[in-house]
Design a protein around this ligand. Structure first.
Ligand code: ZN
Length: 308
């Protein structure tokens, strides 16, 4: 496979309070892991600034201005229970979005088969009108809409293996059968949504996993529910909300996945992308809060994207 890695040069400019799990060191750890010789074959690109007005594609029309108004002149301001914004946070959101859209361009124009974007802050908890769960703009949702608007993709699938349910992504697409959203997540856990009976227009699949259930339960959930539904949806493009907080080292959750589970899951998604959408996958980093667990998960995810 030709795999593109998109890096985010200004990732450290989004500041969170000391001790906050969503911190700049996360991206440093990912960048270091992907600097290994095993990744010499990756195409590499720095994320350009994306047009933040595109947030209007998925968020309330006042949302972006509310975020702009919330920015403090200096320091950090709290915008939700555990979500913070600093003076240059929206510049970082802009390169996260620009990175995702550059990856989308590369994959949809055939320059790369698939792509991974090492970006922060995460986005999948950001709802239509509410920042939440460390997330300001729902980057993957904007990417899905851009794939439809710019490239005429009819059917876009989003698979979210972050340990938390992507309530924001579900909120945005629950009434739109042209976008499929499937999530595996620990339940009960923040944000509390993602019950299997939440099915949208039949385009939403939620696989709730109990704490300590491990890789076997994950494989069963994907084999029995998520993968057949994804295959049946037959997307033109597969987007991945790639969170690595289901890793056994992660401090925020207890799903107990090991590195090899991320490789297995990535391989299964690639199999379907190979059959249904000419391998086209764009994967965006979401959560993952233990630096070693994050680096291990990303290493296995990107190795699989690259080598199949
Ligand atoms: Zn998460």
């Amino acid at each position: 496979m030709t795999t593109l890695l998109v890096s985010q040069p200004n990732f450290a400019d989004h500041q969170t309070p000391p001790g906050h799990p969503e911190r700049a060191d996360r991206i440093k750890a990912v960048d270091e892991a992907l600097a290994a010789p095993a990744f010499d074959d990756l195409l590499r690109r720095d994320a350009p600034y994306g047009d933040l007005m595109l947030a209007d594609l998925v968020h309330d029309r006042h949302y972006l201005q509310q975020l702009r108004d919330a920015r403090p002149a200096e320091g950090i301001r709290q915008v939700d229970g555990d979500t913070f914004i600093s003076g240059r946070s929206l510049d970082v959101v802009a390169t996260g979005l620009g990175g995702a859209l550059a990856a989308l361009d590369a994959v949809l124009l055939g320059e790369a088969d698939n792509a991974f974007c090492a970006i922060r802050p995460p986005g999948h908890h950001a709802e239509i009108a509410t920042p939440m769960g460390f997330c300001l703009v729902n980057t993957i949702a904007v990417a899905a809409r851009e794939a439809q608007r710019k490239y005429g993709a009819d059917r876009v699938a989003i698979v979210d293996f972050d340990v938390h349910h992507g309530n924001g992504t579900q909120d945005i697409f629950k009434d739109d059968p042209s976008v499929f959203y499937a999530s595996s997540h620990q339940m009960p856990l923040f944000p509390g949504t993602g019950h299997p009976r939440e099915t949208g227009m039949g385009n939403i699949v939620n696989a709730a996993l109990p704490a300590q259930s491990g890789g076997e339960a994950m494989r069963e959930a994907y084999n029995d529910r998520i993968l057949p539904a994804l295959e049946n949806f037959s997307p033109d493009l597969l987007l991945i909300s790639a969170g690595f907080d289901a890793h056994h080292r992660d401090p925020l959750a207890q799903l107990e996945w090991v590195d090899a589970d991320f490789a297995w899951l990535t391989g299964k998604l690639m199999d379907i992308a190979g059959r249904r959408c000419a391998n086209r996958i764009v994967s965006l980093l979401e959560g993952g809060y233990d630096l070693k667990g994050l680096a291990g998960g990303v290493t296995h995810h990107v190795t699989t994207l690259l080598r199949g």
